[in-house]
Write a protein of this length. Structure first.
Length: 161
């Protein structure tokens, strides 16, 4: 399965729309947004795309955003999601909470996806591949990531500003 991973939209609807379109065009079958939406309008862009989300440190009203997302059939896994895809464990969180990230690495998850830093990242720590798709705001380059879980492949996709 190929997962489109995006993060740190910070209310930027148009760039989020372009990121979703680019990920779908690249073959993403599901989307995971790693938080810092700030507005319902950003969640609107995920509706209808088999999306899952967690919230970030800038998502102030988690209860309201959760209710809104669920009304759109966007799955909310806050503060941390944990899926088994193609027989491999994929854990995802925003990145501002240390414990879920440490636990994923300690427990040997195949993938740990996080945002928060606004910097693209792809590295292995022990048995875990740690991926940050980058950000769609306050970054030198706006990027998202396409994760092919079964093939253990990550591709960063630059999103035009």
């Amino acid at each position: 399965m190929r997962i489109g991973v995006l993060s740190d939209s910070h209310g930027r609807v148009e760039i989020t729309r372009r990121a979703v379109a680019a990920l779908r065009a690249a073959g993403a079958e599901q989307l995971i947004h790693l938080g810092d939406f700030e507005t319902e309008d950003v969640i609107d862009e995920l509706a209808g795309h088999s999306a899952r989300i967690v919230f970030g440190n800038c998502d102030w009203d988690v209860a309201r955003l959760t209710t809104y997302a669920r009304r759109l059939d966007v799955a909310v896994d806050h503060p941390c999601g944990d899926l088994t895809i193609d027989g491999r464990r994929v854990v995802y969180t925003h990145g501002h909470l240390v414990e879920p990230m440490e636990a994923a690495i300690r427990d040997g998850a195949a993938f740990l996806l996080h945002g928060h830093t606004h910097e693209a990242r792809d590295e292995r720590i022990d048995r875990t591949r740690v991926v940050n798709p980058g950000a769609l705001f306050r970054a030198a380059r706006y990027t998202a990531a396409l994760l092919d879980v079964g093939a253990d492949r990550v591709e960063f996709i630059e999103i035009p500003k």
